[in-house]
Write a protein that binds this ligand. Sequence first.
Ligand code: AMP
Length: 115
Amino acid sequence: MKNNNIFKKIINHEISSNIIYQDNLITAFYDINPKAPVHILLVPNIEISTMNEINNKHKNILTRLMTVAVKIAIKKKINKSGYRLVINCNKHGCQDVYHLHIHLLGGKPLGPFCT
Ligand code: AMP
C-alpha cells in the first residue's frame, strides 16, 4: 500500500481531483461519490492506513484534521444545521481506501447512520 494508494496520488496531484484545502499536514477534497449535498474527505498527507495506526506522534495531524473540518463546515454553511464526521476502520467499518480519512457529511438530515 505504501506510496501507491489513490488518496496519496490525490495529495501529490498525480491524478485529477477536486482539492478544496491543502497545507503541510492535511488535504481535503470532494468525495467522488457523494452521499450527501456536502461530502468532503479530509486526509493526512502522510500515509496512515487506518485509525489503528494512530498514536501520540499524530496529534498535530489529528488536531488539524478536526479544526479544518470545522472551518470547511462553516464555509459550506452547514455548521448551524449540523453535520457528521465519520472515520471507517477496516472490514466491519466498511473502510474501502486504506489511507486514513474523515468523511465530512452534511447539507441534509443524515438520519440515524450513514456514510
Ligand atoms: P471509505 O469507505 O471510508 O474507505 O471511503 C472511501 C471514500 O473514498 C468513498 O466515499 C469513495 O467515494 C471515495 N473515493 C474513492 N476514490 C476517490 C477519488 N478518486 N476521489 C475522491 N473520492 C474518492
